[in-house]
Design a protein around this ligand. Structure first.
Ligand SMILES: Cc1ncc(COP(=O)(O)O)c(C=O)c1O
Length: 380
């Protein structure tokens, strides 16, 4: 079956007990046993599992091409579970421009549990190789990076990881399996913030971990049910509903992203645009090879904090807010919002300047998005 068919049907079969075409929300914390030691439908307690979670997990595993998927209360809860696959003393090489929350989780929390982290430019395989230590057990890649839009060659990372018995984890939040299939390129684990494109409607948080190896799957499920951060029924229901339209949404996001990026690129008040779909992007060719499209995330530099302040206070259709990947265009200032937990010297080194604006291009009429940006740019 094709991607859109799978997104609508896998895990979304009519409810066996009633024939309901849409799986009802199983808003119950516990399940009656048929007899002692025997559950009715394989469910006993909602922390461990429930029908809405199972349905969503099946859809995601299918779309990413994984063996299993597990869904968590947020992207960060899923990413935290992935790092719990490691042991004290293990070392991880990560993309240097990861989402600020991942930087905070690793540098301020997980280091205290004996894990070691090195942040490097993963777009250069030689740099990644140079960062390897005898205790390196994982490569953690965000591609494109948030918000600098640098691209990492997933196949090259998989080769490095396989040669050195390390696990390759790819955060596929920015592109979704519609535009990029990390597992086909050799990734062992894929993570997402479901809060973004997979849900697509900015009405629930969630995260997922997609596995390719039975051992990893077993351990992630153990972590999910032991630590208790599995996604709740209502949030699974909302995310399952969102995923059904993923293919059409991504097509429109992609088209709008490209149009807005080209417009900004030609605008005299915009210093620089970072978007892999533009031919001058340093990783344009790699993006064309590894992605089905450039996506709808981009960033651009307006030259000064003052210019950014005036611009962001004038936009109307582009909503000034954290997050991304919803049907509505969302705009933010990473230095003060998503990446504020990263020290300024680190942000400056990796290109997250105080005047870098991030835009998640929505699926409104693209003329309206562009007109909104243009009127706000008049104020700087
Ligand atoms: C690329 C990326 N990964 C992971 C996360 C974390 O997801 P959540 O906010 O759902 O915890 C985010 C959040 O913005 C993100 O942008």
């Amino acid at each position: 079956m094709g991607f859109a068919t799978n997104a609508i049907h896998v895990g979304q079969e009519p409810d066996p007990s009633t024939g309901a075409v849409v799986l009802p929300i199983y808003q119950t914390s516990t399940y009656q046993y048929e007899e002692l030691g025997k559950s009715r439908g394989g469910y006993d307690y909602a922390r461990t599992n429930h029908p809405n979670r199972k349905a969503l997990e099946r859809t995601i595993a299918k779309l990413e091409g994984g063996l299993n998927a597990y869904v968590f209360t947020s992207g960060m809860a899923g990413i935290d579970a992935v790092f719990r696959l490691l042991r004290p003393g293990d070392h991880v090489v990560l993309s240097e421009a990861v989402y600020g929350g991942v930087y905070r989780l690793t540098t301020q929390l997980l280091v205290h549990f004996g894990l070691e982290f090195s942040f490097v430019d993963t777009s250069d395989p030689a740099v990644v190789l140079g960062a390897f230590r005898p205790n390196t057990k994982m490569i953690y890649v965000e591609t494109p990076t948030n918000p600098t839009m640098r691209i990492t060659d997933i196949s090259a990372m998989a080769k490095l990881a396989n040669e050195r018995h390390a696990t390759l984890v790819v955060d596929n939040t920015f592109l979704t399996p519609y535009l990029q299939k990390p597992i086909d390129l050799g990734a062992h684990i894929v993570v997402h913030s479901l809060t973004k494109y997979l849900n697509g409607h900015s009405d629930a948080t969630g995260g997922t971990v997609v596995l390719t190896r039975p051992d990893d799957a077993e351990r992630i499920y153990f972590i999910q049910r032991s630590a208790g951060a599995g996604l709740a029924p209502m949030d699974c229901f909302l995310t399952s509903r969102g995923i059904k339209t993923l293919a059409v949404r991504m097509l429109q996001h992609n088209a709008n992203g490209l149009a807005v990026a080209r417009h900004l690129d030609a605008h005299p008040k915009v210093r620089k645009v970072f978007y892999p779909g533009l031919v001058h992007h340093p990783h344009h060719e790699l993006a064309r090879k590894q992605q089905k499209g450039p996506g709808a995330m981009l960033s651009f530099d307006l030259g000064s904090e003052e210019a950014v302040r005036r611009f962001l206070n004038q936009v109307k259709i582009c909503t000034l807010a954290e997050s991304l990947g919803g049907v509505e265009s969302l705009i933010s200032l990473p230095a003060q919002m998503t990446h504020s937990s990263m020290p300024k010297e680190v942000r400056d080194r990796i290109g997250i300047s105080d005047s870098l604006v991030r835009l998640s291009v929505g699926i409104e009429d693209v003329e309206d998005i562009i007109a909104d940006i243009d009127q706000a740019l008049l104020y700087i």
